[in-house]
Design a protein around this ligand. Structure first.
Ligand SMILES: [Zn+2]
Length: 243
C-alpha cells in the first residue's frame, strides 16, 4: 500500500534555458532512481545528413521525427527490465522494472510534441507529469551572465548571486574561491552563447513562444507540478513533493 503512493515514474522537465534544469533534473533522477533522457543528445545521435541540412539552415526538425526518436529511446529502456533477464543481463542499472521509467529533458518542446507523449504513445510509456522549474526571465538572465564552465572537466559554477523577487541564490564558486580556476586546476570560461545578450534574448523568446503552450497543456490535464527554487538547490526537497 505504501509503495502505491509512488506511482509517478515517467516525467518531463520544463523550464527556461538557464533555469537549472540540468542540475535539478539529475538530483531528481537519483532521488527516483530513473534515467534522464536528454533530447538533444538522443537527437544528435540519430541525425541523418538530410536533417542536419535542415537545422543548418536554421529550420526546426519535424515534430513527427522527434517524437519517433524519443519514443524509441523510451521503449529501449524497457529492454532488459523484464523478469527473464537477470544475472547475465544488463548490468549497472538500479532495480528491475517492468515498465519504462524516465525523466525527459528537452522534450516535449512544442505543443505537438506534448500531445505525442501525452496521447499518442501507448499508455504504459506515456508521460505522467511535467515538473516545471519556475524561474522568471530576470533571474535566468542574471544567472546566465554568471555561468562558468571548466574547460578541463566540464564542471559548472556561477559567480553571480541573485537576490530579487523572493529568489535568494548564492554564487557557486569553486572551493578555492577563484573565478578563474576550477577545483581540478582547469581554467574557467564563460560560455559564448551566455554572454551574447542578443543570443540569450532570442533563446528565451523561442522558449516563450514554443514551450509556454506545453506548460499550459500539462496544466490543463492536471499533470503539471511547479517547483520554484527560491533558494536554488537548497530548496530541492520541495521538488520531490509531487510524490
Ligand atoms: Zn575542472
Amino acid at each position: 500500500m505504501t509503495s502505491a503512493s509512488r506511482t509517478v515514474s515517467r516525467l518531463t522537465l520544463l523550464g527556461l534555458p538557464g533555469s537549472g534544469k540540468g542540475t535539478y533534473g539529475s538530483l531528481l533522477a537519483s532521488h527516483l532512481s530513473v534515467p534522464i533522457l536528454t533530447a538533444s543528445a538522443i537527437m544528435s545521435s540519430k541525425m541523418t545528413p538530410e536533417l542536419r541540412e535542415v537545422t543548418k539552415k536554421g529550420n526546426l526538425v519535424p515534430d513527427a521525427w522527434i517524437g519517433g526518436v524519443m519514443k524509441d529511446a523510451v521503449l529501449s529502456l524497457g529492454h532488459g527490465n523484464g523478469e527473464e533477464e537477470e544475472e547475465g543481463g544488463v548490468a549497472g542499472d538500479a532495480s528491475p522494472r517492468l515498465e519504462p521509467a524516465y525523466i525527459l529533458d528537452g522534450y516535449p518542446r512544442t505543443e505537438g510534441q506534448a500531445m505525442q507523449c501525452l496521447d499518442d504513445w501507448e499508455e504504459r510509456i506515456r508521460t505522467q507529469l511535467a515538473v516545471f522549474i519556475d524561474v522568471p526571465k530576470e533571474v535566468v538572465l542574471a544567472k546566465l551572465s554568471g555561468r562558468l564552465v571548466c574547460v578541463e572537466c566540464g564542471r559548472g559554477y556561477n559567480d553571480v548571486a541573485v537576490d530579487e523577487g523572493g529568489f535568494d541564490m548564492p554564487a557557486m564558486l569553486p572551493s578555492n574561491g577563484s573565478r578563474s580556476r576550477c577545483e581540478c586546476g582547469g581554467c574557467l570560461r564563460r560560455r559564448d552563447d551566455d554572454t551574447d545578450a542578443g543570443v540569450v534574448e532570442e533563446r528565451l523568446r523561442v522558449y516563450e513562444k514554443q514551450t509556454k503552450p506545453v506548460i499550459d497543456l500539462f496544466a490543463e490535464r492536471g499533470k503539471l507540478y511547479t517547483f520554484t527554487p527560491y533558494r536554488g538547490v537548497a530548496d530541492i526537497e520541495k521538488m520531490y513533493k509531487f510524490e
